[in-house]
Design a protein around this ligand. Structure first.
Ligand SMILES: Cc1ncc(COP(=O)(O)O)c(C=O)c1O
Length: 444
């Protein structure tokens, strides 16, 4: 596999851009961050002419793959009408009505551009509605890169050793004062949740959670956990915020709230909402938006409700919500085929664990039956998965470096068949790589 052009571009990039990449996550791609020339449907093509079946989907947004003709047509039409106005447009109303139509628990929404921004909006709304400051978040859950929430992520074992509830900053340069306003708890532990509400219930403005722990290990909520979270937040006058940046429009038309049957007060959507264009939204109950209506909370942003992104969203949602397209049926079926096909490749020498849901799952090389919590996740030797991802890339499988797979509405049965053949070849190659086999053979 030739990567000469990508290598050359990466060298040049490192001279003019710190670390050479525009988002830290991209630096993890092995052997080097790839430079992509174009995408088409389920395929990606890099500048060296290599072709990949894409299961990273730009970290989730490309729910209808690359360059979906309906999205291109809608965006192209809008390009000729104008790129941004700083004024209201009919498209906003149309897209808002469409989204609220699949979220029966919500009444209104506001638009932003990225998941990170929209999370900040949701936290502000929850604080304004309750008049309280404290936010409860969970270890291993990622809610964007802003100071207020990049806390405890990937460091939570240390947190637990020191104090169950104090967070750790994720970065240098963050103001330590944000730690005063946040508690970081283990997820999926009812007892800890109940104790926290017993002690701090009258101070909690909101609990924010990924309804499925997609960012670390694709862990599902235990039976009844989200329902109990709903009961406790309601009883203590705190808002329940679902971070649906990954799960939104992916698990079901109405996202995780529909899939798990639990309604939050606020839900944050981004990624898949506009099929690859930068748009996010915070949907909520009327009570959550009262402060925006009367001007006590200001929702601001030059690019909020950008018409190009909204055109992308209108087309994406039209396809997603059209029963004749059966996007959700297809993602479920193909994802399930991939999961069972990958599991079937497991052997005593190279045990494979795949967990999650068909539309979004994660693959590990371990004899464990499940990775049940963030502690397990931290204990897992991620270098095994990174070695697999690099090797699979050579075969033409492009997935997230942490072993996460996203399935789109344009993957095909042939893609899955080909992918499983490629996966089998990758594993055969890895089996003869002593460094990989030894790592996998070492106890978890
Ligand atoms: C669950 C979740 N929330 C929030 C974000 C932040 O979104 P963005 O990268 O659009 O700012 C991400 C990004 O991966 C995410 O996975």
């Amino acid at each position: 596999m030739k990567l000469d052009k990508s290598k050359e571009l990466y060298e040049r990039a490192r001279r003019v851009m710190p670390g050479g990449v525009s988002s830290f996550m991209r630096a993890f791609q092995k052997p080097i961050p790839l430079y992509i020339e174009r995408g088409a449907g389920s395929r990606l093509f890099d500048v060296d002419g290599n072709e990949y079946i894409d299961y990273a989907l730009a970290h989730g947004p490309l729910i209808l793959g690359h360059c979906h003709p309906r999205i291109i047509a809608a965006v192209e039409q809008q390009l000729h009408r104008g790129s941004t106005f700083g004024c209201q447009q009919a498209l906003e109303v149309q897209v808002a009505e469409t989204i609220l139509g699949v979220l029966p628990w919500s009444r209104q929404l506001v638009f932003s551009n990225t998941g990170t921004e929209a999370i900040q909006v949701a936290l502000r709304l929850a604080r304004a509605a309750s008049g309280r400051n404290l936010i409860v978040k969970f270890e291993g859950h990622y809610h964007g890169w802003a100071d207020s929430v990049l806390i405890g992520h990937r460091h939570a074992q240390a947190i637990r050793a020191a104090s169950r509830e104090k967070g750790l900053l994720g970065n240098q340069g963050q103001s330590p004062s944000v730690l005063q306003d946040i508690l970081v708890l283990p997820w999926n532990h009812l007892e800890i949740l109940e104790n926290t509400f017993r002690e701090h219930g009258d101070q909690v403005a909101a609990v924010i959670t990924e309804p499925m722990q997609c960012n670390t290990a694709s862990i599902l909520p235990k039976d009844g956990y989200l329902r109990r979270l709903r009961e406790l937040t309601t009883r203590h006058g705190a808002a329940l915020i679902f971070d649906e940046v990954i799960t939104g429009f992916r698990l079901a038309p109405g996202g995780a709230s529909e899939y798990f049957g639990v309604s939050p007060d606020l839900a944050v959507f981004a990624k898949a909402i506009a099929g690859g264009y930068p748009l996010s939204a915070v949907a909520g109950t009327s009570a959550m938006f009262r402060a925006v209506e009367n001007g006590r909370v200001r929702h601001l942003g030059t690019f909020n409700g950008n018409p190009i992104a909204l055109a992308g969203a209108a087309a994406t949602l039209e396809v997603l919500f059209n029963p004749a397209e059966d996007v959700y049926g297809r993602m479920r079926r193909l994802g399930a085929r991939l999961i069972s096909g990958l599991r079937a490749l497991s052997s005593p020498e190279i045990p494979i664990l795949v967990q999650g849901l068909p539309a979004c799952f994660q693959m590990f090389f371990t004899g464990k039956k499940a990775i049940r919590d963030y502690g397990h996740y931290l204990a897992y030797d991620m270098s095994r998965t990174q070695r697999w991802s690099e090797s699979a890339l050579h075969e033409g499988i492009f997935q997230m470096g942490d072993g996460r797979w996203y399935v789109s509405g344009v993957h095909t049965d042939d893609d899955v068949t080909l992918t499983l053949e490629k996966a089998e070849r990758t594993l055969k190659r890895l089996a003869s790589d002593p460094a990989f086999s030894q790592r996998v053979a070492s106890r978890d």
